[in-house]
Design a protein. Structure first.
Length: 420
């Protein structure tokens, strides 16, 4: 089996090492345009839970990651001098170059062939390969060259952002909001090593223009942003590294497979930087692709499995959230200080929680029946099919949905999407 992997980012390297460990006879080559220690950006961050998954799949790289990472547990939102702290999260971070270095080392130990400073012109270069993994990042040439097949959609978000670093130590994941005469500027920050932190600066297009960032060089913009966050930086400087202002593109593809070619990582789908999960998702794609090969063996079957195994119908996913959040919205109408939360709870189940009218747990099984109402339509009007629809969508994806609640204190709907 000859495998060519275009792109030596976290996605490409992690698939290479997992596959080579499992099937040492495979001839695997990673082609990367940059040098091994060349990298854009600063730090990456993982949750404790993600590290647990890495431990399961490759203990050696997990141990190396664990040794190299800085840990913290709190998320702070800072606005107008007020700090709202949310504890117990469990994050860890390290520099991207450290992560790539330890994945490269592990690939080398296992016998993966890595060719740096190799620009892959296209998939035609790998005609003799049995499998071509396009892990070539957000601007994937493979995806763009074959747009008619992959049918990508790109939703360019309106805000501007740039990725900077600093020497400022931080004790939590920080979201600093600053009001300026030109508008609000936000910094998403976390420490990833002793004396090194990532500062992703985000602002609306209007504010960005009023600051004149559109015409400034990196050297000109740094002191301007330093002045905005002077208090938070406490004398530390910001550092640029090819830090262009960009609009975040949310990329999705209709299919991830074309013959023996498969997209993974940012080439396949992007995750907004505010959730700090792009690296994790690229590595989880590598795991999913590896699992498809473990389950199916042959290339065509494994890729067909990968293409459908994770696919969640985006229209249905939207309808599911609209129903659950709409439900929470409705049942918090009469609550003094309504609160609706969306998150991931134990065992990776998603949850939509509110502090509204709630329900009696004795009737929890009636909740998902069509036209089964626990409150009168006069009190809370609705179609009576929202939760039944939500359950159908979840089941269609092979998941489960359940609820907890109490009258007068709110409800929490948990669901899993164990996709087909
Ligand atoms: C502002 C910002 C902040 C972020 N913050 C975080 C964060 O905190 N945590 C996190 O986990 N993620 C973060 N990310 C996202 C993260 O960087 C990516 O999601 C992640 O690196 C995706 O991994 P990948 O392997 O798919 O692609 P990449 O890491 O982009 O790797 C692709 C590789 O392919 C190579 N390549 C591309 N084309 C070719 C070619 N033709 N020939 C040879 N080589 C090629 C590139 O040089 C690159 O090394 C952030 C992203 C941005 C923009």
């Amino acid at each position: 089996m000859k495998v060519s992997i275009i792109g030596g980012g976290p996605g490409g390297l992690y698939f290479a090492l997992l596959a080579k460990k499992q099937w040492p006879e495979w001839d695997i080559t990673v082609l990367e345009r940059n040098r091994p220690d060349d990298t854009f950006g600063f730090g990456v961050v993982f949750s404790d839970e993600t590290l647990g998954t890495f431990r399961e799949y490759d203990r050696a790289s997990y141990e190396a990651i664990r040794r190299a990472f800085a840990y913290w547990g709190d998320v702070d939102v800072v606005y107008k001098g007020h700090v709202i702290r949310c504890g117990g999260n469990g994050f860890c971070g390290c520099s991207r170059v450290t992560l790539l270095g330890l994945l490269q080392k592990r690939c080398a130990e296992l016998g993966v062939n890595m060719q740096f400073r190799h620009e892959a012109a296209g998939i035609e270069e790998f005609g003799d390969s049995d499998l071509i993994v396009a892990a070539d990042g957000i601007n994937s040439r493979v995806r763009e060259t074959h747009r008619a097949h992959f049918r990508p959609s790109v939703d360019l978000r309106p805000n501007k952002f740039t990725w900077l670093g600093s020497t400022k130590p931080l004790d939590a994941f920080k979201y600093f909001f600053r009001e300026t005469p030109h508008g609000i500027v936000l910094a998403h920050c976390y420490q990833y090593e002793k004396g090194a932190s990532t500062w992703v600066i985000e602002t609306g297009a209007d504010t960005w223009e009023k600051f004149g960032f559109d015409t400034m060089t990196e050297d000109e913009m740094l002191p301007v942003i330093e002045r905005v966050f002077a208090e938070e930086l406490a004398g530390h400087k910001l550092i640029a590294n090819r830090s262009l202002w960009r609009n975040f593109p949310t990329i999705r593809n209709e299919t991830w497979v074309m013959g023996k070619v498969v997209l993974i990582g940012d080439a396949k789908a992007t995750a907004h930087f505010s959730i700090g999960s792009g690296t994790k998702l690229a590595m989880e794609d590598a795991i999913a692709l590896f699992e498809s090969f473990r389950a199916k063996g042959a290339v065509a079957e494994a890729l067909a499995h990968f293409d459908t195994a994770l696919s969640i119908d985006p229209r249905l996913a939207r309808a599911l959230l609209q129903n659950l959040i709409g439900n929470a919205w409705k049942f918090t109408q009469k609550t003094g200080t309504p609160r609706i939360e969306f998150g991931v709870g134990p065992e990776s189940a998603f949850c939509v929680r509110d502090n509204g009218a709630g329900f009696d747990m004795a009737y929890k099984d009636k909740l998902f029946g069509a036209f089964q109402r626990l409150h009168s339509p006069d009190e809370f009007p609705g179609t009576g099919i929202g939760l039944a629809t939500a359950q159908r969508i979840v089941r269609r994806h092979g998941g489960q949905i359940w609820a907890e609640g109490a009258i007068g204190t709110g409800a929490c709907f948990h669901f899993t999407l164990q996709p087909r």
